[in-house]
Design a protein around this ligand. Structure first.
Ligand SMILES: Cc1cc2nc3c(=O)[nH]c(=O)nc-3n(C[C@H](O)[C@H](O)[C@H](O)COP(=O)(O)OP(=O)(O)OC[C@H]3O[C@@H](n4cnc5c(N)ncnc54)[C@H](O)[C@@H]3O)c2cc1C
Length: 501
């Protein structure tokens, strides 16, 4: 028998559930590993140039991830199939695996791979409401909009992304900031149970009673502990509330900065979710501010929004009472599409002056980008860090125990875009220079300092959000990983994402 037919035969034995000898089944190349998987999963393994392969690769949100070429893509539809894929990897010691849900990470290689194998989880797309309507079980392959479309008509919702087509898996394993986060915390704090495929291929539940350390580690631990196949999410009653985007011209920037500063310094209001974004569009050579304003009630009194809605002149306003799917569609429509992109972030306590000082730095960075890339888009968003879980509730990995620690914090996201690959290195350089300059400025006396916490879902590849969880938490994460992944599958084989160092 030739080497390939030995491999295929042994793979078939494996696929049928027998215990094949590792010596006869080891795939020495990624292509061999793809062949093994093909035997086990048939049409769920797709190769370059096929329609299904091209459709999977082209569905990443950002161009830098679409540019990667996995040797094959595996598209399971059940947790059992995911488990078999992981077991097959025992026979593929030289192959890298990328885990992908919604494909919205801008970080190259986090959910796709060049020459490795990508596990495209979008086929795990069930949404099942529990009979008591207290939870909904959501497959990791859904987009948040699918969940909202199912729950909105029932007058119910969940703590998910503010943008319709963001994926479930990356959002919740990194934290997850929702319209409801000022009231309900991170999305991950509203997961009652994770169904997870471990490195051994075992399918387990992680919740407050079963595997509680794993339960905690999955809330901010990204792909370091397992492949999450299903999330059981707590249902919330709020379904209709105030929200929309209010846009003002550059001339209103000082008033906008003032309004956000006062909002952060005022007593905390858990019903107010505000994202203030300063935007530059190179194609129009124009600056403006887009405030996404949400007030989590359908009451007729919306005076809480006055500090923002009273700023004039307004270029447009879509404020209205509506449902989650509608708001998430609107925020989606405002996203730059088909771009090479870098996201980077920092977190800091508010002072009376620091937002204005940072804004000046952003203007400088944006001016430099605009000079080099005529079509550049540059956006800087100020928003809030969600409060920690209440005392006695299950914990996440983040370094906050009391709302008094999170309420004064501002979460800054800079996102820079170009339609051209040649500009990608410059986008990286400029965003890094900007964050360095911001943190240097904040560390000067009187400017408030910098929090060690960096939001994982907004962090750049050159940032290290896991170290921001604190030394003791990182130690605990390593010990959890040693228990659930003793051979380091999620460190060595799954290379994309923030790893435990
Ligand atoms: C347009 C846009 C809007 C956004 N809006 C918000 C927002 O409102 N709030 C917010 O908090 N963030 C937001 N984000 C950031 C978003 O949360 C992250 O990009 C998140 O990673 C996206 O999840 P995904 O499943 O689409 O990502 P993917 O790119 O598929 O995955 C991201 C990472 O998570 C890992 N991963 C994915 N699924 C699993 C799984 N099932 N098990 C284990 N690991 C897994 C991947 O390996 C990868 O490292 C937004 C991003 C974009 C581009």
């Amino acid at each position: 028998m030739s080497r390939l037919s030995t491999l295929l035969f042994s793979g078939l034995v494996f696929a049928l559930g027998a215990h094949a000898e590792a010596t006869t089944t080891t795939a020495t190349t990624t292509f061999d590993c793809c062949k093994l998987l093909k035997l086990a999963f048939g049409s769920h393994v797709v190769f370059p140039d096929s329609t299904q392969y091209n459709s999977s690769v082209s569905s990443y949100f950002f161009l830098e991830q679409r540019n990667l070429d996995p040797s094959c893509i595996v598209q399971p539809t059940t947790a059992d199939e995911v488990s078999k894929v992981v077991k097959t990897f025992a026979y593929c010691p030289y192959t890298e695996l990328a885990i992908r849900s919604g494909g919205h990470s801008p970080n190259i290689g986090f959910s796709n791979t060049n020459n490795g194998i990508t596990l495209d989880l979008r086929g795990l797309n069930s949404i099942v409401l529990a009979s008591d309507s207290k939870t909904v079980s959501v497959g990791t392959g859904n987009q948040w909009g699918d969940v909202y479309n199912k729950l909105d008509p029932l007058g119910k919702t969940v703590v998910g992304a503010r943008v319709f087509d963001v994926g479930i898996g990356g959002f919740l394993s990194g934290g997850g900031i929702s319209f409801f986060s000022p009231r309900d915390g991170f999305g991950c704090d509203n997961v009652q149970n994770f169904q997870v495929v471990l490195a051994s291929g075992a399918i387990v539940n992680a919740n407050a009673k079963e595997n509680p350390l794993l339960f905690k580690a999955l809330k901010g631990g990204q792909n370091n502990f397992g492949i999450i196949t299903r999330f059981d999410l707590v249902i919330k009653p709020t379904a209709r509330f105030w929200g929309g985007a209010v846009v003002t011209p550059e001339s209103a920037d000082p008033a906008q900065l003032d309004a956000f500063t006062k909002f952060k310094q005022a007593p905390y209001n858990p019903l107010l979710e505000i994202e203030q974004t300063f935007v530059y569009y190179g194609s129009q050579q124009s600056y403006f501010v887009s405030n996404n304003l949400f007030y989590l009630t359908a009451s007729s009194n919306i005076s809480s929004l006055d500090p923002f809605t009273s700023i004039t002149p307004q270029l447009s306003s879509t404020l209205r009472i509506s449902d989650v799917a509608d708001f998430a569609s609107e925020v989606e429509a405002g996203q730059p599409m088909n771009q090479f992109t870098v996201y980077a972030t920092t977190t800091f306590p508010i002072t009376s002056t620091n937002l204005k000082l940072i804004y000046a730095l952003w203007k400088t960075t944006t001016g430099q980008l605009a000079a080099a890339i005529p079509e550049a888009i540059s956006a800087m968003t100020y928003q809030s860090i969600p409060p920690p879980p209440p005392a006695g509730a299950p914990k996440n990995l983040f370094p906050f125990t009391d709302p008094s620690q999170t309420h004064p914090l501002v979460l800054l996201l800079i996102s820079v875009y170009s339609p051209y690959e040649k500009d990608y290195t410059l986008l990286q350089q400029k965003s890094k220079q900007f964050i360095t300059a911001v943190e240097t400025l904040l560390n000067k006396p009187g400017n408030g300092g910098v929090s060690p916490y960096k939001y994982l879902n907004y962090a750049a590849t050159w940032q290290d959000p896991i170290s921001g969880y604190g030394v003791a938490t990182v130690k605990e994460m390593k010990s959890t990983a040693a228990k659930y992944d003793p051979n380091g599958f999620f460190q060595k084989v799954v290379r994309g994402g923030y790893k435990l160092k």
